[in-house]
Design a protein around this ligand. Structure first.
Ligand SMILES: [Zn+2]
Length: 387
């Protein structure tokens, strides 16, 4: 049955459009058309009552949500809980993110993601494996005792998910450019993070297939006068993508504005780096045996080190508008089109256009999420079916 969404302000490539109808069929956008289209007459209609209809948000870095952390129990149930928690904030595609852990846990996590995708858990499109191939000098909240060297056995494991995306965050200086190329040839998207690399080490990694920078500015060598570092290499390179946590705590908004001017907003992605507390009223939780306190909108350990974030995607988009001085369309693209391009999924998700998966967010002007669609199914339809 075709569904027609009308009376919305729809964010298309050309900007917000008010007089169009979105036709959805078989989980995909059948057409972006006008109300006179005869197909509208036979479709089930949904009045969006003037709300904003946006491409569904894509979050490539999500450690947890809904009271659970992926590392604690990498299972399909955990993934389902995390995806449902973030869906309430407009995330319709996500990569559950495993921070540095033992290899059997990594293997379990990959298997669980494969199972979740096969079971069509709404919103799950792959996995982000952040570590354990990181640099102890930039460990952040990771447990450095888990860090290790990337070997062929690990490359085989990291390349083993065959029904979704795999994103691996590693420190380029802790491996070789050739190992990065091998991972990339195995279908893995490689991003630099928790890294103390020099500018030239990053340039070499970029020429061997590195395409991303994880929580840009945080846990990486800074831009200095004589050594551009990871930050300088990322800003100088026009083709790679930077994930940014726009919560007002991880990076100064001024620093982010400078970065956007250097590289262009189309190569930045909003990420949450969310922990278990997102979507709950938790005030503390345990992370690999460490107590993390949620205070003033941030997650910190007892030493005050930032440990993920308390951010959700709708807030990230809102913050991007208010803190970075960009408009709604630009902010939403940083949460949809840009991460889709980074993951090589820009033919499937990240835009409202014919043929794309019907992954959509309905929001009010304050970006409160009113409904979401994943593969054409809205939360409203799901709850009606459940009754
Ligand atoms: Zn990190």
């Amino acid at each position: 049955m075709v569904e027609a969404l009308f009376n919305g302000r729809v964010l298309l490539d050309e900007g917000l459009v008010t007089d169009c109808v979105i036709l959805i069929d078989e989980g995909r956008i059948l057409a972006v058309t006008n109300p006179d289209d005869p197909r509208c007459k036979t479709a089930t209609s949904r009045d969006l009552e003037g709300g904003l209809l946006l491409p569904g948000f894509i979050d490539v870095q999500v450690n947890g949500g809904g009271g659970v952390l992926f590392n604690d129990d990498p299972s399909i149930d955990t993934i389902r809980t995390i995806a449902a928690a973030h869906r309430r904030f407009g995330t319709t595609s996500l990569l559950p993110t495993l921070i540095s852990d033992e290899l059997p846990v990594v293997a379990r996590a990959i298997e669980a993601i494969g199972g979740a995708i096969a079971a069509k858990v709404p919103g799950v499109i792959g996995i982000h494996i952040e570590g354990p191939y990181l640099n102890g000098a930039r460990k952040g909240t990771h447990d450095a005792s888990k860090f290790r060297t990337l070997d062929n056995e690990a490359v085989a494991l990291l390349s083993s998910l065959n029904n979704g995306c795999t994103l691996v965050t590693l420190a380029p200086e802790m491996t070789t450019p050739e190992m990065i190329a091998t991972l990339v040839s195995g279908g893995v998207v490689v991003s630099a993070g928790h890294t103390n690399a020099t500018y030239s080490e990053v340039v070499s990694a970029l020429s061997h297939g590195l395409t991303g920078f994880t929580h840009f500015f945080n846990a990486m060598s800074p831009l200095t006068s004589r050594e551009p570092g990871v930050v300088g290499a990322a800003l100088h390179d026009k083709n790679s993508w930077c994930g940014i946590i726009v919560d007002g705590h991880h990076v100064s908004p001024v620093t982010l504005q400078i970065a956007l001017r250097c590289k262009g907003f189309d190569h930045f992605m909003l990420v949450t780096d969310a922990m278990s507390n997102v979507g709950t009223d938790q005030t503390s939780f345990m992370l690999q045996g460490k107590k993390i306190i949620v205070r003033d909108g941030k997650c910190v350990d007892e030493q005050g080190t930032l440990s993920g974030s308390a951010l959700d995607m709708a807030s990230a988009v809102r913050n991007a508008i208010t803190m970075l001085g960009i408009d709604l369309a630009q902010a939403v693209r940083m949460a949809s089109t840009n991460p889709a391009r980074f993951l090589g999924m820009d033919h499937e998700i990240g835009r409202i256009a014919p043929g794309y998966r019907a992954n959509l967010v309905l929001a009010d002007d304050a970006l409160n999420v009113l409904d979401t669609w994943i593969d054409g199914r809205s939360t409203t339809a799901q709850s009606a079916n459940a009754q």
